[in-house]
Design a protein around this ligand. Sequence first.
Ligand code: SF4
Ligand code: SF4
Length: 357
Amino acid sequence: MSAAAYLPAPRLGEWLKELSGRYLVLAPQARGDTVVFAPFTGDAEPVLDRDAAMPPKQAVFPATEELLRYRRVKDPEDPGKVDVEVSASLRAVETVVFGAKPCGARGFLAYDRVFRSPAISDPYYAARRAKTLFITMACAAPGNSCFCHWVGSGPSDSSGSDILLTPVADGFVVQAVNERGEELMNSPLLEPAGTREAKAREIQDAAAKALPAAPDISRAKDSLMAVFEDLAFWEEVSAKCISCGACTYLCPTCYCFDIGDEDKGMSGRRLRTWDNCMSFRFTLEASGHNPRPTKAHRLRNRVGHKFSYYPALHGGAVACCGCGRCVRLCPVSVDIREIVLAAIARAARVREESAHD
Ligand code: SF4
Ligand code: SF4
């Protein structure tokens, strides 16, 4: 990390207004009792004392996105012949996401391996990703559902960010993570950080120490495979799930989508929308067969994907940033941490029993 500066808290609004002149600035804002990322207009202060219910994934991966428009054109010489005119709809605007927690920005690293791999680059995702910058806010006080440190991250992890802010007395220490971040710091509102940089480090260290010791989940990948066929286990851990899908829609690392056409007479548009693997219809085949017919099968897939199949495909990287949203916001308190630990314990027991046979 390079240059560090200090932004007095009363100047935060001015800085965001300044950035709004060059970027679409998305900031966490109150909507009733909840906090969401919405365009910053200067009418209200960003909400920084609690995490947004929805991570800022809409900035790069919108819930609904138009991929292309088409129009059928009849050949005037031969009415039975129809041509189709197609135009791509790639709209990406220069965007700054302000005030996400480190986990909310780091979630996109899981997306990058899928949508921006050397083998396949999704042009819609890649264009938005290239134009989106993240000014994240280090967590000074992680919540009790946070477990970023289980998955190799931490409350001041800067790995998905361009700038990391740390709240200190009366303001923020502003640290550029890369050159793009340094460019954003080119503002007369920022002052030299001075001794506040050391204070920010103390706050970051204290937040990391406030988290309880992380269990060793290095066996999760193999353990989840070992209990894959153990449907009794999956029925037990999914018993209270109501298949609402909240855990997937709110997850910063869930990226499944569906593509469909919205047809209106001779023209229409092709849309990509988020999909949700906890829904019965996600794998429902046209024949009526469903390879994941129960919520036990579906939760097995969700947990297995994040902690076993994705790591198997991506050099061990886990598709979970430990934000704890699915723990906090599940209406029936299904806890992914408990499921991973239970799978590790169950697999170990089976291993021990078979060693004694
Ligand atoms: S949020 Fe909870 S209840 Fe809803 S699908 Fe996810 S695990 Fe099931
Ligand atoms: S699985 Fe849960 S804890 Fe992990 S990134 Fe998704 S919402 Fe956050």
